[in-house]
Design a protein around this ligand. Sequence first.
Ligand code: FAD
Length: 411
Amino acid sequence: MRVVTIGAGLGGLLTSAFLAKAGYEVIVLEKSSFIGGRFTNLRYKGFQLSTGALHMVPHGEDGPLAHLLKLLNANVKIVNSNPKGKFFIDGNLYHYREGWKYLSFKEKAKAMKLLAEIKANRLPKGEDAQMNAWEWLSDKIGENEFAYLFIKSFLGWAVSLAPEEVPAIEFAKEIKATLKWGGPGLIKGGCKAVTDELARIVRENGGEIITRKKVVEAEEGKVFTADGEEYPYDILISNIGIKETVELFGRENFDKEYLKKLDSLKPAEGIKINIALKGKPRIGNTVVFTLDTKRINGYNEPSALSPELAEEGYTLIMAHQALRSRNIKKEQRLGVEDLYYLFPELDKNGEILLIQTYLDGNPVNRVASGQHLDFPMENVYIVGDANKGEGGIEVEGIALGVMKVLQELGV
Ligand code: FAD
């Protein structure tokens, strides 16, 4: 069985590694000169920034991605954060558990009850499921301002969306996943450690990965590349997005109803700001949710686990914000102002290394969390962030989506 995978991002490589191991003849076609897509390291001014992700996995060493990496015997180390999270408000940092003090006795009791219900899989149904995350939560526990700020930071950090943009059912499933698998973890060596290892497994099992090979057209049984070559397939794995895959086959081959649903899918967009601070790690292996900022939703410190990601004598901080408007200059400026608020020492003791903006063709997620559309052609499978499993935050969602595809293929 010949498998052609379009795109060597995390989704494409993960699927290809399993298929190559299962004996399929796999060829991965990647348009860029490097592999890993938005999940690899980017060398810049002596630091190893990233092409996308913040060198962090949402459910650490116990989540779905770590599970698949273990099944592949991948040599990757993910270390769970400790504590699971902190939050920043009024100039101070707190352990996430201290958040309870901002809720009244009654609100806390309601929130505890809700968490127990979610854990027991009693998730929002009917009209409740269609509410947005904040409508639903405030209906359950009351309009607590701290809870709103916390959820806003959490969702902005985790899925690059505002609470009003996430359906209640998806939010509840994300909480359920967090209760089940725990909080985030940093990857030793950063994102590149994962995608390089997956590429090694693909190759070790007879698969081939060809870079600078852009697929420009597809039809039943073959794809065509920009340099005029054609690659026949029995199974096509597309890691480039669902809209982009439809374009490869030609929109005229899909019915109107399907195209309408396709066009209604929205991406999640955001800005990542990388800063360097002189001296030792500041927060360690954890994530800080920033509550009283104008734009930044949270930050982490990948060099706390992997000092080699920062230039000697420095620590690397990565901050993220969901994109709130198309006025990119203003969004970036507000994000930078937040960083001077969060790190007053930035002026004297540090530097803003790089501001990376993810939108349009290079978003945070091609299909924002909570939306899903199947691909209607036989033998063609979408993997990556356009086909995430429900409740799957970022790469955990990609892993859940890949598991589903492998199951359908009987692997
Ligand atoms: P991609 O990485 O985009 O891979 C697709 C590949 O296909 C690319 O290599 C591309 O070059 C190639 N390609 C495209 N078109 C063609 C073509 N026509 N022919 C051949 N090749 C083609 N996730 C986390 O879990 N933790 C985080 O901390 C985190 N933080 C994030 C922060 C930011 C700012 C961003 C942008 C993302 C973040 N994410 C995070 C999300 C995560 O990085 C992405 O979901 C994931 O990397 C996407 O992987 P993918 O396989 O879907 O796609």
